[in-house]
Design a protein around this ligand. Structure first.
Ligand code: PBG
Length: 332
């Protein structure tokens, strides 16, 4: 064949391929999500093999392991006892609650690790919603904000570096920014769940925290989060959300879930100069784990390829439960 262009020339050897490689995944791209609970034992999460609910003591060891592997940020999620859950989720701003205690311990023992937190009511709400639910079943936007601001300030005061408003309601970033600044936490950043879709991929996470919407019979609790999380059919709406978050003072924008929404990551990358994070969510993790455990796919290859796809789409950061495994694999 008489061909001028032969793209295969640059694929001939491993050395050549590494020279022209466009994207790279490194452990400092990762944000490692961790579940904590009050107990003293480490509990396995059945829908997420390899992920656990950590006790405060064992959490330290796991975060140290992540640090030693080159991971520089963790995000903490609490499994709260039912007895502490209320309609207004007030436990979320208890200074001696699980998350503030976990942050203080981590900051004391591994001070250089960046700590991200989640700001929403769902782990603390007896209704399992991210906001306060009115007696006629409306998830309230404005009425919930005060508790969220208090939650953010308590987290910052405990030592959190990045606050992650995740309830996907309106005006969160601006109000939280203002509260943090008023309390002297102008150095604490906001990583906003900018385009968070109403997704079935969060199923295993809700099992891990026992945080799914609950139909208690007392009032008319919505069975899903469709009135605040985004419709999976929409992409232009993600741009509007990104513009609002930027105007309100977000430091980092996030897209969630990641894998089924790579187009959204790509679009936000075009629209914004801020760092973009992708959340490789629980359901995406569980699917890979299940197929790998059945022997149907090569876990290492599939995980690394998946993580690369987020970078290629334009993400700078990846929240992933695979963080430690991937960091280990990236060493060889
Ligand atoms: C709660 C929150 C959720 C996740 C992160 N923060 C669940 C939800 O919105 O119901 C999901 C993470 C995952 O599935 O890995 N505000």
């Amino acid at each position: 064949m008489d061909l001028t262009y032969r793209p295969r020339r640059l694929r001939r050897s491993s050395a050549l391929r590494s020279m022209v490689r466009e994207n790279l995944v490194t452990p400092s791209d990762f944000i490692y999500p961790l579940f904590v609970h009050e107990g003293s034992e480490v509990q396995q999460i059945s829908a997420m093999p390899g992920a656990n609910r950590w006790s405060l003591d064992s959490l330290i060891g796991e975060v140290q392991r992540a640090w030693d592997l080159g991971i520089r940020c963790v995000v903490l999620f609490p499994k709260i006892n039912d007895s502490l859950k209320t309609e207004d989720g007030a436990e979320c701003f208890n200074e001696n609650g699980l998350i503030p205690r976990a942050i203080r311990r981590l900051k004391k023992e591994i001070p250089d690790m960046t700590i991200m937190t989640d700001v929403a009511l769902d782990p603390y709400s007896c209704d399992g919603h991210d906001g306060i639910v009115s007696s006629d079943g409306v998830v309230l936007n404005d009425e919930t904000i005060e508790n969220l601001c208090r939650q953010a300030v308590v987290q910052a005061n405990s030592g959190a570096d990045l606050i992650g408003p995740s309830d996907m309601m309106d005006g969160r970033v601006g109000a939280i920014r203002e509260s943090l600044d008023e309390e002297g936490f102008e150095h604490v950043g906001i990583i906003s769940y900018t385009a968070k879709y109403s997704s079935a991929y969060y199923g295993p996470f809700r099992e891990a925290l026992d945080s799914a919407p609950r139909l208690t019979g007392m009032k008319n609790i919505p069975e899903n989060k469709n009135t605040y999380q985004m419709d999976p059919a929409n992409s232009r709406e993600a741009i509007i959300e990104a513009q609002l978050d930027e105007e309100e003072g977000a430091d980092i924008l996030m897209v969630k879930p990641g894998l089924a929404y790579l187009d959204i990551i790509y679009r936000l990358r075009q629209e914004s100069e801020l760092p973009i994070a992708a959340y490789n969510v629980s359901g995406e993790y569980s699917m890979i784990k299940a197929a790998a455990n059945a022997g149907w796919i090569d876990e290492k290859e599939v995980v690394l390829e998946t993580l690369l796809s987020f970078k290629r789409a334009g993400a700078d950061l990846i929240l992933t439960y695979h963080a430690c495994d991937a960091a280990n694999w990236l060493k060889d």
